[in-house]
Design a protein around this ligand. Sequence first.
Ligand code: PLP
Length: 361
Amino acid sequence: MSNRVFNFNPGPSTLPLEVLKKVQAELLDFQNTGMSVMEISHRSPEYDKVHNDAIALVKELMGLDDSYKVLFVGGGASTQFAYIPMNFLSKGKVGAYVDTGTWSTKAIKEADNLGQFQLAGSSKDKGYTFIPKADEIDYPEDAAYLHITTNNTIKGTQYHFVPDTGKVPLIADMSSDILSHQIDFSKFSMLYAGAQKNLGPSGVTLIVMKDKMLDKVNDGIPTMVDYRTHATKNSLFNTPPTLPIYIVKLVLEWIKEQGGPAAVEDTNRKKKDLLYNLLDENSDYFRAPVREDSRSWMNVVFRLPSEELEKKLVTEGKAAGFIGLKGHRSVGGIRVSLYNAMTLEGAEKVTGFLKDFKNNN
Ligand SMILES: *Cc1c(COP(=O)(O)O)cnc(C)c1O
């Protein structure tokens, strides 16, 4: 596999090599069906096992009991921005949101269009370079829910605490840090994630929902929008994205083989320490804009002394086999994405590359 690069793309992003090899090995003849997994019926026993194994693995890795439903739907995380207010907001009900930029801002826009929204906290005035502290988050006691985005993929910020919301259901977009560290998932009434960062390929969105949330769903919304449709039919009301779900299952198995979220967290801590230590030790050259308590373990964002140097770094990085180092077009700079499937070796190598670049430029 000598032509595999170190892929730091923000999403879709690198997948574990072991998973890709398994997909390759099983591709033409899945479980002796003489067909690939994408050619078999979503109602066949072979696919059924994939589907249910994936659901069981989500619950196992998250430490959740049967009071939670695991759903797989299409449409990406972005679709959920609208589905959440459509399902849970009605006259007199307010959706509370913390605005930590980009994705949370998009989620707020949908809630504002479709129902009543209230800002529960924001880091907008400082360019979204931090996550508001727990005591800076404020919302009505009768809010339909509090919505947070646990990791801002673009700004490089991440929650390192779970807001204690008491009776108010906590809903989280976990697209870019799901299962990357240990967290008490039972504190969330609903969480969702597009698969293409930490869980698999694009095309499927994972939703985990407390049963009790389903009792609160509005009547009269379109069938496919209604979470009860997918919950009562085990995400088989219509054809689910079978190939992405199959690959998600393989990635979940891979996480389990690593030793689960605790072991993955351990590796991810080493990876982000390599990068942030380099930035801190060379702060005359690298500028890391994010407040220290809010630094993302998944997306390490920084600037060089000039935009020319940033361009040069991206180009030289690519030539050296480090792909995807360019910051998001909305913020510029450099971004090193360190999702679960990025190896410690990859983090070590890119750190060495950055160090050399600094010394030569
Ligand atoms: C990438 C991303 C999204 C968008 O996901 P899609 O599946 O492309 O809709 C939403 N939220 C966060 C935090 C993301 O990182």
